[in-house]
Design a protein around this ligand. Structure first.
Ligand SMILES: [Cu+2]
Length: 152
């Protein structure tokens, strides 16, 4: 009797240990962001985001980044940016993000963003800017990422 209780307690202990050891990996995956996997970024083929102009520093720590959505060699107009993100991935700190605001489409096919990188990092450095967009007539979400050097 005693031995079987001990054995059961030991098994429960094992199960608990397994649960706890799984937790750190899980919380790492759940790190607060849902669109960071580089593989997920290339899900829709044939579309790509490219820098339309050199990033402009506003002087108040913010940067204006203009991005062109391209497909078959032509800019894609009328896309709706449903999610955007600026992070310090190129500096090995992908979990650190800066506030980013979509500024709309101008000219057609070019989508502007304002990134408050200076509030996060006071030096000129490379940032990853990633996007999820809905394109007319395309069922899948179009995703993309560019790396840009931003000045605070
Ligand atoms: Cu950082």
């Amino acid at each position: 009797m005693n031995t079987s209780i001990t054995k059961n307690a030991w098994l429960v202990g094992l199960a608990l240990a397994a649960t706890f050891s799984a937790t750190p990996a899980l919380s790492q995956d759940m790190g607060g962001m849902k669109m960071t996997s580089p593989k997920a970024m290339t899900a829709t083929t044939g579309y790509r985001f490219e820098l339309a102009a050199p990033p402009k520093s506003t002087g108040a720590g913010k940067s204006i980044v203009s991005v062109r959505l391209m497909h078959a060699g032509k800019p894609v107009s009328g896309a709706i940016i449903i999610q955007s993100r600026a992070d310090m991935g190129p500096m090995g700190m992908a979990a650190m993000t800066a506030p980013i605001k979509a500024l709309g489409e101008k000219p057609p096919g070019t989508y502007g963003f304002e990134i408050d990188n200076g509030s996060v990092w006071k030096k000129p450095d490379d940032w990853d800017v990633s996007f999820n967009a809905k394109v007319q007539g395309v069922m899948q979400t179009v995703t993309g990422k560019i790396t840009v050097r931003l000045k605070p």
